[in-house]
Design a binder for this molecule. Structure first.
Ligand code: 0A1
Ligand code: ZN
Length: 894
């Protein structure tokens, strides 16, 4: 559907739906070109007000409406493009029957019922159910579903829906039928059906209370050898939720189905999760360590939604972070627990820090810029035009940070008690973020008499990344240290243009602090009468000071340990202080942060004075050498601490944004570190060899990660040796992690011949595996050695298609997002605009995401800013933008 005028919906406009739909009985005659849906709703008036009954629908053909068995004539209801309105008067209860058609084969948006390969899938969150049948498409209307699926048996031998299979039978004309019933009332966004021919891997487990549950993973025939990890991950997810949160699977049957065409990662439909195949299929030859970990995390995420999202759901879409922030927090903890399982304490700490480092890096790359740009919004937004534009890093990742702070403030036991209370109060309901916080608060007030989480609630309503300035005052005579924290919450996004300016209030910020002496030894802090290594300061005022005693000398502070709050710390440090922390901080996260800050400083220096370079370069080389030689670090942690900050992270630190300078400075420094420390990289390369069979566990993937980092440095150092080693590494690789690492290094730094020869080899070997071919497109698209002309050439490749979201992401998104060197030209920018428009005609969910890649256009250097502005204006001037895209365009240009 395309609209010119887009309406904004406000959080405060929420009104309960005036009817209850207690039962929904859906009958589908499934066919790819046209599917007939017969919908029977049992309706009860909720408030006896006799208000009109308004149903949503989109791209549907209405055939018939009947009320209590009587067919209505068209003058007894009102039909507009997107609503069907009836006036049932004061009937307390009635049955409404609707027959309508939808067209799966024409559905390129992949919302509602659509075709992928030879199968039929649904995607209903957030507002896709209305593209299947007429219904109150909102999360607070919860119904019991009974679903009958009829289809050609040969084409669609498997017919799946939510809940339990009641019966199945053959019908005349080669058709068959399956009847499913879901015992749990649910909002329609959790509805799903799948019809097709799949292979299945399954396992029966006993849940904690002794019930049998059948777990199944369905995928295309021929990929069944790639679903073992997914099924194992599902079993681990079930066990983890039982032990860590006491939450049990409430179904007899839990199914996952892999789809080749899918807009997002996966979807938590009750008992029938539909997944992007990239988050299901894995074997050592074709999947990297990163994919293995992502599969485990996404399977965990969707499974955990069964409680946080499905049993307790959202009252309205403004509450999206209620389920998403909480569920991301849960999947992060799950992954961390899986990574640390069975490790000795010191290694477990380091493995946990690696997970935290990866999550915080992702937050800084994706969420911090969003929170400073035109789309900035609180984790509970105040208004939206298209809810699908709000599946953002803010709702998900910042939302998870806000849950994590509650976990920090309440402690593990307190948080668990708060979760128990949340389910005690709200199981089976559609609720708000406020309801969640109130449950947590009920525990917090018991723990902290006289104190509440009232101020903490502001995290839900204020956008922007807070800044916390740190000032230290050491008194040598009194041996005291005064630590002052001062918070600033500057206006962001549309707030910057508001008159009068919005007033933002101080937030409740848990700030973890440690101190080291001049030799790098940890000092203990006496705080609240307790002697400890790390003090948790609760900053509530605009500015607050804490005094610590028995601090003999001026210490080096270790700030925001573990990234205890999603804020930016402002504190001037000398490079020597950073080097000291990078070598000695006992908090693994803060230690990594110090090393990264030192590298960032050297890189930014070399950007601001390209002729002389940075005076701290040698200090960085020495620090890297020390870290390479520090035997106490795990390989995974060492690979993180010795990586240079990503281009996009660095870009955010330039003002104005200067992509070309960032790319050059970073390439130069990698080369320099590669060259200066070549023998050490070589040792690391040798020491981290693994001989046994492949396993994706934390220790082995850490070794591969360190070994491949060493390879990259050696390759970037230039010279014949690096390339020879990389070619050998490619040829000897026995898993996709090593193979991709070699290919990536070659594509970035190799000679044109070596690069194209191995790319060709890779393609020939993997041409039948779409997920691997996605990698092949992506590795080229993101490389500084790939020009815009090369990308246009790749678009003519027979395997390229804009219709498959994974393929569009692997080539177009990778180029626009990660090829900073080649996308930033007038031609590159108009290519981006052209692709946004081409995608918008097919799939607005995807086009608006591509558009968002340059939402921060105003912050670029003048030449790039002008050219981006022109590209945005070109998009804006087009006649029929989707509502998704027009919301983004209007915000970007406002
Ligand atoms: N609830 C899913 C996210 C999701 C949202 C929209 C989708 O279709 C456009 C698909 C999935 C999750 O958090 O995993
Ligand atoms: Zn989710």
């Amino acid at each position: 559907m395309r609209t010119d005028s887009v309406q904004s919906i406000s959080r405060h406009d929420y009104r309960p739906y005036p009817y209850r739909i207690t039962h929904a009985d859906l009958q589908f005659d499934l066919q790819a070109d046209a599917t007939r849906v017969h919908t029977r709703l049992s309706v009860e008036s909720a408030d006896a007000s006799g208000q009109a009954l308004v149903l949503n629908g989109e791209d549907l053909t209405l055939e018939q409406v009947a009320l209590d068995g009587r067919t209505l004539s068209p003058d007894e209801y009102t039909l507009t493009e997107n609503t069907l309105t009836l006036a049932p008067g004061t009937l307390p209860a009635f049955t409404l029957e609707i027959t309508s058609l939808c067209r799966p084969a024409d559905n390129t948006q992949l919302m509602g019922l659509y075709v992928s390969g030879n199968s039929l899938f649904t995607q209903c969150e957030a507002e896709g159910f209305r593209r299947i049948t007429w219904f109150p498409d909102r999360p607070d209307v919860m119904s019991r579903y009974r679903v009958t699926l009829r289809a050609d048996k040969q084409r669609y031998p498997l017919l799946l829906s939510n809940g339990n299979l009641l019966e199945s039978r053959d019908l005349p004309d080669g058709r068959h039928e399956a009847v499913w019933e879901d015992p749990h009332p649910k909002p329609c966004y959790l509805f799903a059906l799948v019809a097709g021919d799949f292979a299945c891997r399954e396992q029966t487990i006993q849940t904690r209370s002794g019930r049998d549950a059948l777990l199944q993973v369905y995928s295309d025939h021929g990929s069944e050898h790639q679903t073992e990890w997914a099924l194992d991950s599902l079993v681990r997810s079930v066990r983890w939720d039982e032990t860590r949160f006491g939450l049990e699977l409430d179904l007899d049957r839990f199914m996952i189905v892999a789809a080749r065409d899918f807009n997002m990662g996966a979807m938590e439909n009750k008992g029938l999760n539909v997944f992007n195949s990239a988050y299901v299929l894995a074997d050592p030859e074709s999947a990297t360590d990163a994919s293995y970990h992502a599969i485990e995390a996404v399977i965990g995420h969707e499974y955990f939604h069964n409680w946080t999202g499905n049993r307790v759901t959202c009252r309205d879409w403004f509450q999206l972070s209620l389920k998403e922030g909480l569920t991301v927090f849960r999947d992060q903890e799950f992954s961390a627990d899986m990574m640390t399982h069975g490790l000795p304490e010191a290694e477990a700490q380091s493995a946990r820090a690696v997970k935290r480092i990866d999550d915080v890096t992702a937050l800084r790359i994706a969420q911090f810029p969003e929170d400073a740009g035109p789309m900035a919004h609180p984790i509970r937004p105040e208004s939206y035009q298209s809810i699908s534009n709000f599946y953002t890093a803010t709702i998900y990742e910042k939302g998870a940070e806000i849950i994590r702070m509650q976990h920090t403030l309440l402690g593990e036991e307190g948080f668990r008690a708060g979760m128990d209370e949340y389910f005690r109060r709200h199981d089976g309901q559609a609720v708000t973020c406020d309801d969640f916080l109130s449950a947590m608060e009920s525990v917090y007030v018991r723990q902290n008499p006289g104190s509440t989480l009232e101020q903490f609630r502001r995290w839900y309503s204020q956008a922007g990344t807070p800044r916390v300035k740190v000032t230290l005052a050491h008194d040598a005579a009194a041996q005291t240290l005064r630590v002052t924290l001062e918070q600033r919450n500057p206006p962001v996004g549309i707030e910057t243009r508001q008159n009068p300016p919005v007033e933002k209030l101080p937030l409740h910020i848990p700030f973890a602090l440690g101190l080291l002496d001049g030799e790098g030894k940890e000092l203990s802090l006496t705080h609240k009468g307790v002697k400890q290594a790390t003090a948790l300061l609760e900053l509530r005022e605009k500015s607050q000071t804490w005094t610590f005693e028995n601090i003999a000398e001026q210490p080096v502070p270790s700030l925001l340990r573990g990234f205890s709050a999603p804020v930016i710390v402002e504190y001037e440090r000398t490079p020597q202080e950073l080097a000291l922390l990078a070598r000695h901080d006992t908090d693994a996260f803060a230690r990594w942060e110090a090393a990264q800050s030192l590298a960032t400083r050297v890189l930014l220096d070399s950007i601001s004075r390209p002729e002389s370079g940075s005076p701290d370069e040698q200090l960085l080389i020495d620090t890297w050498e020390a870290l390479l030689q520090d035997g106490s670090l795990t390989a995974a942690y060492r690979s993180r601490i010795l990586s240079l900050p990503a281009e996009r992270e660095l870009l955010e630190k330039t003002s104005p944004l200067d992509p070309l300078a960032v790319v050059e400075a970073r390439r130069r420094l990698i080369g320099k570190l590669g060259d200066a420390l070549a023998p050490f990289w070589m040792t690391a390369y040798e020491d981290n060899r693994i001989d046994g069979p492949y396993a994706p566990d934390a220790a082995s993937s850490g070794k591969r990660s360190m070994r491949n980092l060493a390879l990259l440095y050696l390759m970037a150092a230039g010279g014949q040796g690096g390339q020879e080693l990389t070619l050998e590494h490619y040829d000897a690789a026995r898993n996709m992690t090593d193979r991709m690492a070699a290919l990536g290094a070659l594509v970035q730094y190799g000679t044109p011949e070596a690069r194209s020869e191995r790319l060709q080899h890779f393609y020939t070997q993997w041409r039948h595996n779409p997920l691997v071919i996605d990698r092949w497109f992506a590795v080229q698209a993101a490389s500084a050695a790939t020009s815009l002309a090369d990308v246009r050439q790749l678009m003519t490749h027979p395997d390229f298609s804009l219709r498959n979201p994974n393929r569009a992401r692997s080539l177009i998104f990778q180029f626009c997002t990660n090829n900073l060197r080649n996308v930033h030209s007038r031609e590159g920018h108009s290519f981006w605009a052209e692709q946004v428009l081409a995608l918008d005609a097919l799939n607005p969910e995807i086009s608006s995401r591509l558009a968002r890649v340059f939402e921060n256009w105003q912050r670029f250097t003048p030449v790039l800013r002008d050219s981006l502005q022109q590209a945005w204006r070109h998009i804006q001037s087009q006649p029929a933008l989707s509502s998704n895209l027009s919301e983004i365009v209007n915000k970007a240009l406002s």
